[in-house]
Design a protein around this ligand. Sequence first.
Ligand SMILES: [Zn+2]
Length: 215
Amino acid sequence: MALNFHKFEKDIKTNAARSYGLSVFALPQFIHAALANIMNLTLKLIKTTSLLISTICLFLLIISNKTGERGMIVIILIPLIIIFFSIFFLASRKLKKEEIKGTEILSPELIDYIYKYHQGFFNNIENKAMNHYVTKMKFKNYENNIPPEFKKLITDDKKALGLLKKGYKRFVKNTAERIYKEHRKELNLNLCPKCNKIARTPQAKQCRFCSYDWH
Ligand SMILES: [Zn+2]
């Protein structure tokens, strides 16, 4: 059971604009994505290099043991193996985190679009949270006069309220990101044929970013 959300479109837009900053400027988002890519590449390079160095050191250590040449070589090699293997381990961990973060970089416009037009992918708890928030907003000034059909949309489900704990805009972002991650291929994303950015609505035939018209 979901409320007709289009009535609250204006409210969502204001909220979205407030939470994501000036959404008309795609540049900061682009820079953010580029930095994440550079970071990922650098980490991959560090990871590969440190693994290579520690493997070579280990190989040299084994050889030196076999030939009986110990002393200085072992004293130098063991710390090197430890240091470079630690670097490899840390880089791998950081890379995993960055890669997860990388998949979550959605533009504010895409977040808005997914949240508004793909509510069919909302799970039970997300539906409860959205209905709760919308009802609360709608009857903000009439808390004691909420009609029963709306009153039942107000929830005390801890999980649903938990989703709203950090604010509505955060809930919108998290929900859109989850849907994008889990249903990316099923989403009907109306992308501009020219610049590949998201259109304002699923029916739109003109791009808000580059003004390209595909009527
Ligand atoms: Zn475009």
